[in-house]
Design a protein around this ligand. Structure first.
Ligand code: NAD
Ligand code: UDP
Length: 309
């Protein structure tokens, strides 16, 4: 039985990852300070004897004897990571430093939840791992983008200096059950607005694109990556690309909603085109997204229908 630490345990992605690890027979320690996560996400596991939850802020050092560490603690939605940008940056930097120090002490493998945001407003599409990105270091997204980029730097330096096995997963837009109703990202906003027959809030003219990955595919990728010898960086996502405007209409159609689209100002530095090249993930870890966008979005619609009814 492996002992595995998951930081950011009460968050959206971690809640699915923990289920997968427990189903696999592993012992899981989850830590979180509930900055954006919620107790309802871990509630199903609290009675499980193979799960232990500790409320803790990853900015402060911690110690657990574990074999593997998944470092997911960090607000991921733009309104949440911009709410307290200095704290977001600290969570990125001290969070990964503390995880790396633990990996150094215990010999644990480490997987960092990095992001497609390291590519910024990319000048190439699709984005592959060789692209160095186009990030505004002074903008409102920088607390997150640069925090995640600097975390990647620290991981590579710890690997080189101390021979750690620390991995960089660059996660692209992921959606599914357990996203928070007030998360603020496009998938949850549009579905909730459509279910309530409220205006769908498109930022800008809606011509910017995102590519959406269902969370069950993503966590499969995370565990395949952890089990491999490869350290990355590695893109994980689904190349299924939509413009934001087309995605709004798709959600309206699937929910049979009476909502209309309204157009609001585009936030600063909002990336224009985002689509992962997942050739390396296919080659190195045999990753292949299995859920169609229709299956994934329908499951997510049902989740929010129950949540808000
Ligand atoms: P989320 O906001 O649902 O989960 C993040 C969790 O981290 C929350 O439970 C929050 O309370 C916790 N947290 C934040 N700061 C903390 C701190 N200082 N100490 C302890 N816990 C803290 O977001 P998510 O979508 O589940 O994202 C999880 C990870 O994946 C994040 O690191 C994010 O950057 C990364 N990621 C997510 C996506 C995506 O599309 N969902 C894309 C790229 C990267
Ligand atoms: N977006 C939007 N309306 C919303 C929320 C988001 O038009 O209510 C747009 C946002 O401007 C961006 C895209 O949808 O272009 C994805 O935004 P999200 O916050 O989900 O994630 P990002 O990929 O930008 O971090």
């Amino acid at each position: 039985m492996k002992k595995i630490l998951v930081t950011g345990a009460a968050g959206f992605i971690a809640s699915h990852l923990i289920k997968k690890l427990l189903d696999n027979g592993d012992f899981v320690i989850g830590i979180d300070n509930f900055y954006t996560g919620s107790e309802s996400n871990i509630e199903p596991y609290l009675q499980n004897e193979n799960f232990k939850f500790i409320q803790h802020d990853v900015v402060t050092p911690y110690h657990f004897d574990v074999d593997e560490i998944y470092n997911l603690a960090c607000p991921a939605s733009p309104p949440h990571y911009q709410r307290n940008p200095i704290y977001t940056f600290k969570t990125c930097i001290f969070g990964i430093l503390n995880a790396l120090e633990l990996a150094k002490k215990t010999g644990a493998k480490l997987l960092q939840a990095s992001t497609s945001e390291v590519y910024g407003d990319a000048m190439v599409c699709p984005q592959d791992e060789k692209y160095f990105g186009n990030v505004n270091p002074n903008g409102i997204r920088a607390c997150y983008d640069e925090g995640k980029r600097a975390s990647e730097t620290l991981i590579c330096d710890y690997n080189r200096e101390y021979g750690l096995n620390a991995k960089i997963a660059r996660i692209f837009n992921t959606y599914g059950e357990n996203m928070d109703v007030n998360d603020g990202r496009v998938v949850s906003n549009f579905i909730i607005q459509a279910l309530n027959n409220e205006d769908i809030t498109i930022y800008g003219d809606g011509s910017q694109s995102r590519s959406f990955c269902y969370v069950k595919d993503l966590v499969e990728g995370l565990t395949l990556f952890m089990d491999s010898d490869f350290t990355g960086p590695l893109n994980l996502g689904n190349p299924c690309e939509f413009t934001v405007k087309d995605f709004a209409n798709y959600v309206i159609e699937l929910t049979s909603s009476k909502s209309k689209c309204v157009y609001l100002p585009l936030p600063q530095d909002d990336p224009h085109k985002r689509k992962p090249d997942i050739s390396l993930a296919r080659e190195k870890i045999g990753f292949e997204p299995r859920y169609t966008i229709e299956q994934g979005i329908k499951n997510t619609i049902e989740y929010f229908r129950n949540k808000i009814s």
